[in-house]
Design a protein around this ligand. Sequence first.
Ligand code: ATP
Ligand code: MG
Length: 415
Amino acid sequence: MKQSKLFTKTRREVPADEVAKNAQLLIRAGYIHKEMAGVYSYLPFGLRVIENIKQIVREEMQFIGAEEILMSSMQRKELWEQTNRWNDKIVDVWFKSKLHAGGEVGFGWSHEEPIGEMMKNYISSYRDLPVFVYQFQNKLRNELRAKSGIMRGREFLMKDMYSFALGEEDHEKFYQSSIEAYHRVYNRLGIGNDTFVTFASGGAFTKFSHEFQTITEAGEDFIYINREKNIAINEEVLNDDTLKELDITHDDLEKVKTAEVGNIFNFGTQKAEDLGLFYTNSEEKKIPVWMGSYGIGISRVMGVLVEKFSDEKGIVWPESVAPFQVHLVALDLDNEEVRKQAEQVYQVLEQKGIEVLYDDREGVRAGEKFADSDLLGMPWRFVVSKRTAGNIEVKKRTESASQVVSLEKAIEIIN
Ligand code: ATP
Ligand code: MG
């Protein structure tokens, strides 16, 4: 990608009402565009980050046997009435609208009811189970406050997965494998060490659900952790009962500020009973399907990464999600030799399948190019200039020291 061809530009100013660091940096770097409070559009680089995060999640969900689908945003009112969740007093984040043809629709803030209903078409016998499906889908929620940038959107991207099992044992197997898959996801995203499986309030069926909470000052939650025992409890369920059950005392817990990056639920058979999702077992008996639901906030995770991995100069992307691995910054482009070398380096990197952003802009000062490079935050910076004399100055975004080496050596270093 040549930077001179980009329609997005870096900038100093951010919208006056934007208070969150993640959105400020992402807007300044041209990754996202703010439509209104809590609503953001993703520009080419922002989309590349989103796609990289999605790909990591996709690989891990496929690994545990889930199949990808994409459901609609428009949902039927009648369906949510069956589970008593159409009522605005019970679900306070609904966006709803009326059809010209008559009737009401809701815009999906979750897909638990629609997917349960849909599965009635595909699940009828014990032979059809278990089923695991997931999607990446924009959720719409009428959130009261939207002050956390892309970490709390009124429209945001979620990975939601649903499991349909024969019974508790069947369910539990998948539930455990999902916890492991989530750990792998957060490890690959570089936040594994700061992300805790946290006891949180459950649903109608179980006492607890499990949240995945990542330590960050930008979070909106507080949890209580014990690092040695690897126990984490959120505020809602922190009481004598829970402490006793987990065999821990209040004094052994440390209070930390976190962002909820994932949440998994065991529904038992309640939802299937409400929706009428049953299967017949080998004795021709009708049994309600055991359901679970598993979310990851894809766009929130992107915000958390920016909050955690940035410095006073800009973003510092982990290699696993960076839009480009290498930022090739060419200076002195009016010099014929330097220009030729830069073009050649660009082509070689592309041929080797290394994702490279090439700052080929003419008439932009070196200081400005470096400032932009730091703001954009690619893991590696390659500088080509008169001074590097046919070689490349290689620098990691996380370090201040650089070294001047041959192209061959530079490629070796980043690999
Ligand atoms: P919160 O408590 O932060 O409002 P939630 O418990 O309502 O979130 P879930 O319904 O569990 O959220 O959704 C699954 C995941 O989607 C969450 O763990 C979170 O990572 C993400 N998420 C939820 N709401 C938002 C939002 N408004 N903007 C961005 N991501 C969100
Ligand atoms: Mg939650």
